[in-house]
Design a protein around this ligand. Sequence first.
Ligand SMILES: [Zn+2]
Length: 246
Amino acid sequence: METQPFKAFIDLITFDQKLQKLHKDIVAAQVVAADLDRKKRERARHAEQIQAQVRDLRKQVDAQELEMKSLDAQEKAKRTQLDTVRDARSYESLEKEVNHLKHAQHESEKVLLGLWNKVETTQKEFERVQQQDSVELATISQEHADVLAKIETLQAEFNAIEHDRPAKKEFVPEEWLEQYESMRSRIDDPVVPEEDGTCSGCFATINGQDILRLRRKALLTCKSCYRLLYQPKAMGANLENEVVKP
Ligand SMILES: [Zn+2]
């Protein structure tokens, strides 16, 4: 085997690691974008919830006011009756009813006041949240737009580089490519050098016969981790020095 194909192979691996790094950057940016999007939606939902609370409380106020009007009308009617009643028993009974209505009015008024307080507090909270959102949501939205733009740039870069990949494979022997392609989806370093008689990927000892083959420029599969093994001196190249670490 010539050193030339191996150089081409190293070149392809280096190239792929650049692609992988870009891919990782894209995925990381996508996570950030999703998080910012979630924040935006959470804040919008929070504001909507408070607004709904205000609406609900106002409905309760309306209902309470209606009840008070009704109690007021009932009380007035009873009082009118009271003026016309002559016998003591009926008078006493009506008077009791009037007192009962007065008490109910008093209680209703207390409820109404409580509701009004709640409306006021909740409305203030809504205004506070809106105020906060007007500043912070703008920042979050800007950050989100920036990350989306970054993803687009990275993706364009990735696509442009990936376009050149077939040319990079041209001088790499098919058998190496096959093994490499099947490993590369699973591990970051599918091709590693032999070091002091061991695989530098998994530190398994390589048998003497294979060491000899490696020295004769063979590319072997590690029997322990299935990474592709090479002998740096024999190949006249060391991947470790050339590869851009992600
Ligand atoms: Zn190994």
